[in-house]
Design a protein around this ligand. Structure first.
Ligand SMILES: Nc1ncnc2c1ncn2[C@@H]1O[C@H](COP(=O)(O)OP(=O)(O)OP(=O)(O)O)[C@@H](O)[C@H]1O
Length: 441
């Protein structure tokens, strides 16, 4: 049975507050200009509605794509922001997505699939409603210079999202510089971020720009921000407040204009509670939040992504595959994907490398699934004679390619990454995982 949600209309902010005191609601659609009667300052009305919301999800609405209004609404605690006019089905979808992200029934939004789902967008592949919402969010906030805070499990596409925000915005002509706060040793982090003056410490033979200066005019992406040392967090906060940096070992300040995007797969609020992350820094950075949903919450994307990766890697390896069998598709769709898109991508890549072609069946899936053990174990088929020469594992081959590129650019990771057409954070992350594999092996 389909239940139509009850809708109550308040004609003013005061009336809305009275209703909120007397009733509980699932969703509050708060038209920002209508709250003026309960606000002395611009953003006060929204704050008052949020304080009386009693667990309801609050969607702020205003006319025109005003970034200032969106920022102010989100800062006041609204869960989402939409611009008017908005078509009924689009609004319903937005509410459904919002409800799902907050663990409420999707039917709160009367789930209506967008009539024309976008199949891919700026590096992302996926036509699920959840991804439509992400594409829309990226499109909306890309034009602003306000900080973006991306959250999501590992492998959900946070790097892709950061690069999409850069490529879709007005800074796309300037550099996108990524720095991975987890992969850089603590004592090197400050100089990587802010640069170093010649003679600042042993080995600092020349002046060197840091990531912030390299990104001047463009975007600075701080990946795994939750891992940043507390003392450096204070310096980052000062940079965000003043727009100036000083290189390590240098007293003078330099003006730098960057858009800061940061990402984490940890829960930032928990880190604040544990005193591992500065609260004031969090609120400086958490202006425009984007949350990437895990792959298991958007199962319709799984086969779309699997086919996309199959086509890509088959082309790269000059092999011909005939897609996935029905059973293989069902198994892929039903799996949990704790490593999200990266895990699916690695699996498909391994299949393409291990087999010569044909339709991918369950036996091939299981043989290639060395990571998750998500599928039932099946004996791997013997490799064909011509593939039996000594082959290094994929990660070692990849390590050689990347280390060669870094050496070719005299240790400059950003330039090596640009030449390899990957993000510097990917290099940092891979270096960390190689070190772990070498330690384990
Ligand atoms: N929707 C998507 N479409 C196509 N490729 C994707 C998508 N999402 C992620 N990927 C790919 O999956 C891999 C992992 O993505 P990414 O590095 O952006 O994840 P992440 O969330 O930053 O992970 P981590 O937290 O571990 O750094 C990358 O190779 C990326 O290109």
């Amino acid at each position: 049975m389909l239940c139509t949600p009850a809708v109550t209309l308040a004609k003013s902010g005061r009336e809305a507050l009275d209703m909120l005191r007397a009733n509980r609601f699932d969703i509050i659609l708060a038209d920002m200009p209508s709250l003026n009667d309960i606000a002395e300052r611009d953003d006060e009305g929204m704050g008052r509605v949020v304080r009386h919301a009693e667990g309801a999800l609050v969607v702020a609405m205003a006319g025109g794509a005003s970034v200032t209004a969106a920022v102010s609404a989100m800062r006041s605690g609204a869960h989402d922001y939409v611009t008017k006019p908005i078509a009924g089905p689009t609004l319903a979808t937005r509410i459904g997505e919002l409800a799902q992200r907050h663990g409420r029934p999707r039917s709160l939004g009367l789930d209506t699939s967008l009539p024309q789902a976008v199949p891919d967008f700026a590096g992302f592949v996926g036509a699920s409603n959840a991804m439509q919402f992400i594409y829309e969010q990226i499109g909306r906030v890309a034009t602003s210079s306000a900080p973006v805070f991306i959250t999501g499990e590992s492998g959900t596409g946070k790097d892709v999202c950061a690069e999409a925000l850069h490529s879709q915005g007005p800074r796309s002509g300037k550099r996108f510089v990524a720095i991975n706060c987890a992969a850089i040793p603590r004592d090197l982090m400050e100089s990587e971020l802010f640069g170093v003056a010649r003679g600042a410490f042993t080995g600092a033979h020349e002046d060197r720009k840091g990531a912030a200066e390299l990104a001047d005019g463009g975007t600075l992406f701080l990946d795994e921000i939750g891992e940043m040392d507390l003392s450096l967090q204070s310096k980052l906060l000062r940079f965000l407040q003043t727009g100036t940096i000083s290189r390590v070992g240098e007293a003078s300040m330099r003006k730098v204009d960057v858009r800061v995007i940061c990402a984490t797969n940890r829960n930032p609020l928990q880190m604040i509670t544990e005193r591992k992350f500065r609260e004031d820094l969090f609120y400086r950075l958490h202006v425009l939040p984007i949350h990437l949903p895990p792959l298991r919450q958007r199962p319709t994307d799984i086969m779309v992504l699997a086919r996309h990766f199959l086509e890509r890697y088959a082309r790269e390896e000059h092999k011909a595959f005939g897609g996935f069998s029905n059973e293989a598709s069902q198994q892929l769709t039903a799996a949990d994907w704790p490593g999200n898109v990266r895990q699916l991508q690695n699996l498909v890549r391994r299949i393409v490398v291990m087999f010569d072609g044909g339709e991918i069946d369950i036996g091939m899936l299981n043989a290639a699934d060395i990571e998750s053990q998500a599928f039932a174990p099946v004996e791997a088929p013997a490799p064909r004679a011509e593939t039996r020469r000594a082959i290094l594992p994929m990660w070692q081959q990849e390590q050689k390619i990347i280390e060669d590129a870094i050496a070719a650019f005299s240790g400059n990771i950003s330039m090596a990454a640009a030449a390899l057409e990957i993000s510097p954070s990917t290099i940092y992350r891979k270096r960390q995982s190689w070190a772990e594999m070498q330690k384990a092996g």
